[in-house]
Design a protein around this ligand. Structure first.
Ligand code: SAM
Length: 240
């Protein structure tokens, strides 16, 4: 598939989600895809390396949560890895302030290169574990929306995410189709951390059978200061 075909396909699929991508943005996505492929040869960034798969499973999938971040000014993407969903959202929503957070330094080095090459502004890539980074100035309850994809089970994930969310703000968790058991298991954590299930949306990605569940948790009160517990504890001993 050549560059023009690839950009055409991305444009079409985005159109089906009511997202209009200008030629400049299509170029940015193409550059990002190329950087991902090149860097992936020297470090493990993603198991998805085929250009068509990157287009669909990384870019289109990330853009599927665009409607849920539209009201936000300030967004954090926890466990962003190679930048998903944070970078695709940034390319499309230039005006939002986005922070990308990951526990692995090599992924942050890659993200810094992406930010520089694409000339993105109002975005920063930070190295750290969520449980530690939240202690830095301005982080606790500092975001309108916190996003995540493929980071942890909800009961663990929400202990990472909810402390960063302002009261009234949202956690947008990208999950796979089967979510019932995970949601049930996370009820206690949601309540203790100051959240409430606002809704669970089902999305079918364009021209595919791929179903996503988007779990949206609203923060209704401050997260008690004892959360998150020390780094590693949420994963080892999830709130039950
Ligand atoms: N969100 C990306 C995606 O969907 O492609 C990456 C998913 S990857 C499976 C999970 C990422 O979460 C890894 O890059 C890992 O370093 C990061 N991670 C896991 N626990 C974390 C924590 N407590 N704080 C920050 N990052 C974390």
């Amino acid at each position: 598939m050549d560059k023009q075909e690839w950009m055409q396909e991305l444009k079409q699929k985005a159109n089906q989600m009511q997202i209009i991508l200008s030629d400049t943005k299509l170029e940015e996505f193409y550059q990002y895809m190329q950087l991902l492929q090149t860097w992936n040869e020297k470090m493990n960034l993603t198991a998805i390396t085929d250009e068509k798969e990157i287009l669909f499973k990384h870019f289109i999938d990330s853009l599927s949560i665009l409607p849920y971040i539209e009201q936000a000014n300030c967004i954090l993407d926890v466990g962003t890895g190679a930048g998903f969903p944070g970078i695709p959202l940034k390319i499309v929503q230039e005006d939002k302030q986005i922070t990308l957070l990951d526990a692995l330094q090599k992924r942050i080095t890659f993200l810094e290169e992406v930010i520089k090459t694409l000339g993105l502004s109002k975005i920063e890539a930070k190295h750290g574990r969520a449980e530690e980074f939240v202690k830095e100035k301005g982080q606790r309850e500092g975001y309108d929306v916190v996003t995540s994809r493929a980071v942890a089970r909800l009961s663990v994930l929400l202990e990472y995410m909810l402390p960063f969310v302002k009261v009234g703000g949202l956690c947008v968790c990208m999950k796979s189709e089967k979510i019932t058991e995970e949601l049930e298991e996370a009820k206690k954590a949601i309540e203790l951390l100051g959240g409430k299930i606002q809704r669970v949306e089902e999305i079918r990605l364009p021209q595919s059978d791929m179903i996503r569940k988007i779990v949206i948790i609203q923060k209704i009160k401050n997260t008690p200061s004892k959360y998150p517990r020390k780094a590693g504890t949420p994963a080892k001993d999830p709130i039950k």
